[in-house]
Write a protein that binds this ligand. Structure first.
Ligand code: 6LJ
Length: 158
């Protein structure tokens, strides 16, 4: 059977080196453990050009190693095609949301639902804050938020 019913989620933040690669990796691990990873196209991207071509932030890499979550990514910027190809574009804060909604307007066949990943949080923390100028604890908090939200998002889409 040809790839019927493939779902798709693109995780987005400002630079695609801190929050969104963590969300992508957490979601991929959950989908893998749930036996549904082949049903999903999963990726992440940036609203900005700041870090294009760079690997995830070393503090995020350390956090993911602690939690045994494989993460491998090279930062890229969101494209117009992303709005046509992804069912969900899940972002981290209000600034991401307005950047993405502005970009969506310039795309003819945008089908993506642009949402805050935090809108899925059972603990109702809607914003996943930029940890770039933060501490290891801030990365840990990002990770925990991603775990709660990705779990709820996957459950809602299974
Ligand atoms: C144009 C001016 C900004 C950030 C980040 C912040 C700053 C980042 C970053 C997240 C991921 C040329 C590039 C901001 C990767 C890089 C430093 C500035 C980059 C900002 C504001 C508040 C909190 C964090 N901007 N790079 N340059 N987040």
């Amino acid at each position: 059977m040809a790839e019927s019913g493939v779902r798709s989620a693109l995780f987005v933040c400002l630079g695609n080196i801190c929050r969104s690669p963590i969300a992508e990796a957490v979601f991929r691990k959950m989908a893998t453990e749930g036996g549904v990873v082949d049903k999903w196209r999963i990726d992440s991207a940036a609203t900005s050009t700041y870090e294009i071509g760079n690997p995830p932030d070393h503090r995020g890499q350390a956090c993911m190693k602690r939690h045994d979550v494989p993460m491998r990514h090279v930062a890229r910027q969101v494209t117009k095609e992303d709005f046509m190809n992804f069912e969900y574009i899940l972002c981290m804060d209000e600034s991401n949301l307005s950047d993405l909604n502005r970009k969506a307007k310039s795309v003819k066949n945008s089908r993506a639902k642009v949402e805050l990943l935090g809108s899925y949080d059972p603990q109702k923390q809607r914003i996943i804050k930029d940890p770039y100028y933060g501490s290891d604890e801030d990365f840990e908090k990002v990770y925990e938020q991603c775990v709660r939200c990705c779990k709820a998002f996957l459950e809602q889409n299974s």
